[in-house]
Design a protein around this ligand. Sequence first.
Ligand SMILES: NC(=O)c1ccc[n+]([C@@H]2O[C@H](COP(=O)([O-])OP(=O)(O)OC[C@H]3O[C@@H](n4cnc5c(N)ncnc54)[C@H](OP(=O)(O)O)[C@@H]3O)[C@@H](O)[C@H]2O)c1
Length: 381
Amino acid sequence: MTLDRRNFVLGSLATGVAAACASKKEASTASVATPGPATAAVAPRPARKTILVLGGTGFLGPHVVTAALARGHTVTLFNRGKTHPGLFPGVEKLLGDRDGHLEALANRTWDAVVDPSGYVPRLVKASAELLAPSVGHYVFVSTISVYAKEDIRSPDESLAVATIADPTNEDSKANYGALKALCERAAEAAMPGRVANLRPGLIIGPGDPSGRFSHWPTRLAAGGEVLAPGDGSTPVQYIDGRDLGAWIVRVIEDRTVGTMNALGPAQPVTIKQVLDDCNHALGDKARLTWVDAGFLEQHGVEGWSELPMWLDNKGDYLGFGTLQNARAVKAGLVFRPITETAKDTLAWLDTLPEVERAKARSTGIKPDKEAKVLAAWHARK
Ligand SMILES: NC(=O)c1ccc[n+]([C@@H]2O[C@H](COP(=O)([O-])OP(=O)(O)OC[C@H]3O[C@@H](n4cnc5c(N)ncnc54)[C@H](OP(=O)(O)O)[C@@H]3O)[C@@H](O)[C@H]2O)c1
C-alpha cells in the first residue's frame, strides 16, 4: 500500500492565558533517553481545569471527555450537534461549525483546548487565533501520517513531514498527512510555545468506527484457520483510545507542550506476539497460518486495510512499527495490555445495534478471499 493510500485509509476511516503558564514543561526539545517500561502510576488529583473540546463526540473525543470528567475537570464541547448528540448530557455544549461559525467561543476562557477535529490548516488557524487570548494551552490531535516516509528504523519526531504543493488544497482525504502537518504549524503559529502536537498511530479499542483493529479479535474469536501476515516478525504499534484520552488529560494537567508521537506499546512487539496473545486471551480458538508478504501481494491482499495493523516493512515503510515514543512516555503516556483492548473491543461490538456492528466489523479481509488465499498458500507447497 502506498503512503498516500494508507493516509487515505487513515483519514477516511476515521472519519488561563499564556502569561500564567508558570509550570509549563517543554517536551519539544532534544530527544530524551528512552525510559524503561512505563509504570501505570496514577498522578495525584490535580487542580481542576476548564477544558474546551472542539468536537468530542466521535471516537477519540469521548475518551478524552470521560477521562477529564473522571479527574474532576470541567468540560465544554463545541460541535455541530450532529454526531452522537445525546452523549454527555451533563456537559456544557456549544453549537457551532469550525468552518465560519465559531461565535459560541467568543468571550469565553478555558485553561486548555483539545482539538481532535482539525484536518485543514485554515480551520485550525481560525480556532487557535480566536482562542489565543483566552486559552492557555492548545492540544492538537495530529497523526503519525504526517511523516512523508517511514524509511528509517526507529525514527523520532524529527523525521521529515509530508508537504503539499498547494497548501490551500483542502482535500483532507487525499492529503491527510501533509494537511495535518500544516495544522500543527498553524496551531503553533497562533499560540507559540503553548501547543502540544500529539501524533497518534493507529487508535484502537472500544468505540472505533473504522473496524480496523476489530478485525483481529473478531476473526480470532470466530476460530478456525486464520490468515496472518508475513512471517510474524513485523513490529507493530498502536494506541488504545482510552490510554490516549487519559494521556491527553495528563498533558493538560502538566501543561506539556511540543510534538510527540503517541503510540505504544512501551516495549517493541511483533504482529505474531500481538495475535498470539490476543488469540490466547480469546480462548485459543484460532490456528494462525503465516503467509509470506510477497505471496500476499501477488494475491492482491492489502496490508493495513485487509490485514489491519500490519504493513510489509520495506522501502518507504522500512521503519514501520518502530517509531520512537520516548517523549510521550516521559510525558506520562502509559499502555494497557493488548489483550485487554481485544476483549473490551469484542464486548463493545456486542453492545452495538446489528447495523453498526456489521459496519464496525466490515474492515479486514472477506472470509471467501481469506479462504482462497489460504488454499493457494497450501497448494503452492
Ligand atoms: N483513528 C485513528 O487510527 C487515528 C490515528 C491517528 C490520528 N487520528 C486522529 O485522531 C482524531 C480522531 O478524532 P475523532 O473523530 O475521534 O474526534 P471526536 O472529537 O471524537 O469526533 C469528531 C468531532 O468533531 C465534530 N465536528 C466535525 N466537524 C465539525 C465542524 N465542522 N465543526 C464543529 N465540530 C465538528 C463532530 O461533531 P459534529 O459532527 O456534531 O459536529 C465530533 O464531535 C483525528 O484528529 C484523527 O486525525 C486518528
